[in-house]
Design a protein around this ligand. Structure first.
Ligand SMILES: NC(=O)c1ccc[n+]([C@@H]2O[C@H](COP(=O)([O-])OP(=O)(O)OC[C@H]3O[C@@H](n4cnc5c(N)ncnc54)[C@H](O)[C@@H]3O)[C@@H](O)[C@H]2O)c1
Length: 398
């Protein structure tokens, strides 16, 4: 057992003037905008001594009254409703895109051309073509780029990756993932941007399945081929709450996929927003020749681990690892062991990783997801949609 130690003020070696300052622009103050801003607020005092001085320079969003209010709420110096204003501002070094998916490509490409480091939420583009244009733009200029696959920053998931890399699971046979929600199961739930292909690119697949696809690549390796089935259960919805006017739904409500990996493992993946009672069940299980692992977002700090070594010792059974030790990934800056953390912390770890890469010139990959990972995920999503449409198994080619 080890004691948890905290960094104290006396350990601060850096003089004030040596901490680099970076100007930050954020598009969006909705769900993910709030999660990212929570991270920008906490990073300077949770990670001590600070590696970066955060200057919240400009917030962009619509409508104007709400942007103004959120400028005050989060302490931005300025606000705008026009993302092009962010590109022109030379005091902005980090461009953080938390807008809807149709607002990812053009602003990110323009930001890259202006030399800004870019964080863009997932899915990177509405399709692989858009994602490739974005990847090419950041690579051409050489700025840092990250795509918001935040589950890579769950301590238990990073521990799972470490255990797999150390060979604790042996040869991997299976990956099984589900990401299930309930919020559109009611056919009267009104139309929102996530139900329009023009805005979001796809439905449950890009919204939820993309996270499982990224974890599959992160933990198991590259997929070789996919076979998918998609379904749209409710094909039109009220334009607004209580409205008689209807809007067509042209994205998948649910998707089921069979995957074959390059390394010989096989897997299944399911994503749906039609599962009453499932608020946000993000879950996976991995089976290998020497053991198994499983994780469930609703028990975020726990990793279920079974090792055949325990069987040989006469112990047997699956164990629950409380991933809250100071020696576990990402944990040492938080609380004494057992004092659990939550979903918001994944974004804090992720954005801290990004900012550190920007100020120290470090790599985002392999632990953080780059635009290349965002592009590869988009290729897999497109292949799943093609398979669902043609009834054929589709080979993955990047
Ligand atoms: N990593 C995750 O776990 C996760 C979770 C949810 C959403 N996301 C992704 O984050 C992105 C945003 O999703 P959200 O749930 O935060 O959406 P949201 O609807 O809650 O917020 C969207 C924001 O975009 C702004 N916006 C919309 N149109 C605009 C325009 N024309 N110009 C400027 N600003 C505009 C709005 O003001 C709003 O603040 C999506 O790509 C989504 O897939 C990621």
């Amino acid at each position: 057992m080890r004691e948890h130690t905290f960094t104290t003020v006396g350990e601060v070696k850096r003089k004030k003037g040596e901490i680099p300052e970076i100007g930050i622009a954020v598009i969006g103050f909705g769900f993910m905008g709030k999660a990212h801003l929570n991270a920008y607020k906490k990073i300077p005092y949770i990670y001590w001594p600070p590696v970066v001085k955060i200057n919240l320079k400009k917030l962009c969003g619509i409508p104007e009254e709400q942007v103004k209010e959120n400028q005050i709420r989060y302490g931005f110096k300025e606000y705008t409703t026009d993302w092009k204003e962010l590109i022109k501002d030379e005091g902005i070094q980090v461009f953080d895109n938390c807008g809807p998916t149709n607002l990812h490509k053009e602003p990110c490409i323009e930001a890259a051309k202006a030399g800004k480091n870019i964080f863009c939420e997932k899915p990177l583009g509405r399709n692989a073509g858009e994602a490739k244009e974005m990847l090419d733009a950041v690579e051409k200029v050489g700025v840092k780029h990250m795509c918001g696959f935040n589950y890579r920053f769950v301590p238990a998931i990073r521990l799972a990756k470490d255990l797999i890399e150390k060979g604790e699971l042996g040869q991997i046979y299976h990956f099984r993932a589900r990401y299930l929600q309930e919020w559109i199961a009611d056919p009267n739930f009104p139309f929102v941007w996530r139900l329009s292909k023009k805005v979001s690119g796809s439905g449950a697949l890009g919204d939820l399945g993309a996270h499982s696809i990224d974890l599959a690549r992160f933990l198991i390796g590259e997929p070789k081929s996919v076979m998918g089935i998609t379904k749209t259960f409710v094909k039109e919805r009220p334009k607004a709450e209580g409205s008689r006017e209807k809007m067509p739904v042209d994205v998948d409500d649910a998707v089921a996929v069979a995957i074959e990996f390059e390394n010989g493992a096989i897997g299944t993946l399911e994503a749906s927003r039609f599962c009453p009672g499932k608020k946000s069940q993000n879950i996976f299980e991995i089976n290998g020749s020497k053991g198994s692992l499983s994780w469930d977002m609703l028990r975020l700090n726990e990793l279920q681990f079974y090792s055949t070594k325990d069987e040989a010792k006469g112990i047997g059974g699956s164990r629950t690892i409380s991933v809250t030790e100071s020696f576990h990934p990402f944990y040492k800056e938080w609380w004494p062991h057992g004092h659990i953390i939550g979903w918001e912390h994944t974004t804090i770890h992720e954005i801290k990783h990004f900012l550190e890469a920007v100020v120290k010139g470090e790599e985002i990959s392999p632990y953080g997801a780059t635009f290349e990972d965002g592009y590869k995920c988009a290729v897999i999503c497109d292949a799943i949609l093609e398979s669902a449409e043609t009834g054929k198994r589709i080979e993955i080619g990047y």
